[in-house]
Design a protein around this ligand. Structure first.
Ligand code: RP5
Length: 170
């Protein structure tokens, strides 16, 4: 992980509404790490630190960030609040908070953006957290040949695992 202030370092930022989100978001950070991407990681809240979240969003592109992954639970406005303040692609990860209603609250808060301000919303929880990383990598791979090759290898390995499981049943 690197500090946001060290420019040029990394093209991905992973932000989350609370440290209680880290248990799930570790799988996102780990997935990025497996592609040699060490993201900027921040805890920023649309509700508890609205000013800091706004400043982060406004400065992200200037700090070299190309994709923002934003995760939150309950009334999950973080991804949308960021998307309203940047032209960078924002991937939203809805989380099932302890005090929430199983993640449906966060899913609807994240996905139901008004026209003109998209948040690319993935599944609730760990699967979504991992997919957010892969989607970010797919976006970056459009203009990064090495990343595109790593992505092709990743998909191939994934395919191979399923083929082996199927073969074991025959
Ligand atoms: C959201 O509220 C956070 O993203 C978290 O998922 C949820 C609960 O936060 P804590 O009370 O655990 O800090 O803003």
């Amino acid at each position: 992980m690197v500090s946001e202030n060290k420019k040029a370092a990394t093209p991905v930022a992973v932000v989350m509404g609370s440290d209680s989100d880290m248990a799930v978001m570790k799988s996102c950070i780990g997935q990025l790490g497996s592609f040699d991407i060490s993201p900027v990681v921040r805890i920023l809240s649309a509700h508890r630190t609205p000013q800091m979240a706004a400043e982060f969003a406004q400065n992200a592109a200037g700090n070299g960030i190309k994709v923002i992954i934003a995760a939150a639970g309950m009334a999950a406005h973080l991804a949308g609040a960021i998307a309203g303040r940047t032209t960078l692609p924002v991937i939203g990860v809805p989380l099932a908070a302890k005090e929430g209603v199983g993640g449906l609250d966060a899913l609807l808060s994240t996905v139901q953006m008004p026209p003109g301000v998209p948040v690319a919303t993935v599944a609730v929880g760990k699967a979504g957290a991992k997919n957010a990383a892969i989607l970010a990598i797919q976006i970056l791979a459009l203009s990064d040949k090495i990343l595109a090759e790593k992505l092709a290898e990743f998909k191939k390995a994934q395919e191979q695992k399923v083929i082996e499981k199927d073969s074991a049943l025959q």
